[in-house]
Design a protein around this ligand. Structure first.
Ligand code: ZN
Length: 139
């Protein structure tokens, strides 16, 4: 694991959340992006080497809609940047972690992502992400 890439926060209203996080951090988000296959609209704030990713559901069956229904707004996942996502998945499976999608999928912000089940990591959904421009030849 290289660093905490971002913290994902589930929000009901991304425009309202953008205002709150702009006040908190003192500057604007640098982009918004819809990830169709996940049913989410995302907004990114940079913060040093890491980012804050706000997530709003775009449809009722979105994982974010379900999360908010169950637990309310709040921290949804923690993402670590990795250099070789397939090697990390292999290593973590050996360590006993439950991998939710073994085949890396395209996430927001030009990343390939894999999620680990929260029950593997003390109740925290873990995301691994690899820059999509690096090392994609092997995928
Ligand atoms: Zn994320």
């Amino acid at each position: 694991m290289n660093k905490i890439e971002h913290i994902g926060i589930a929000v009901k209203d991304i425009d309202e959340a953008n205002k709150i996080y702009k006040s908190l951090l003192g500057y604007e988000h640098y982009k918004t992006e819809i990830v169709e296959n996940e049913g989410v609209k995302t907004s990114f704030f940079s913060c040093g080497e890491s980012k804050i990713e706000l997530l709003e559901a775009t449809r009722a069956d979105s994982p974010i809609a379900k999360f908010i229904e169950k637990r309310g707004e709040g921290i949804h996942h923690m993402a670590f940047s990795v250099t070789d996502i397939k090697a990390e998945v292999k290593r973590l499976k050996k360590e006993g972690f439950v991998v939710l999608n073994e085949e890396p999928k395209k996430g927001a912000d030009s990343k390939l992502v894999v999620f680990l089940h929260p029950k593997s990591a003390n109740g925290v959904l873990i995301e691994l992400c690899q820059d999509i421009n690096i090392g994609t030849n092997s995928l």
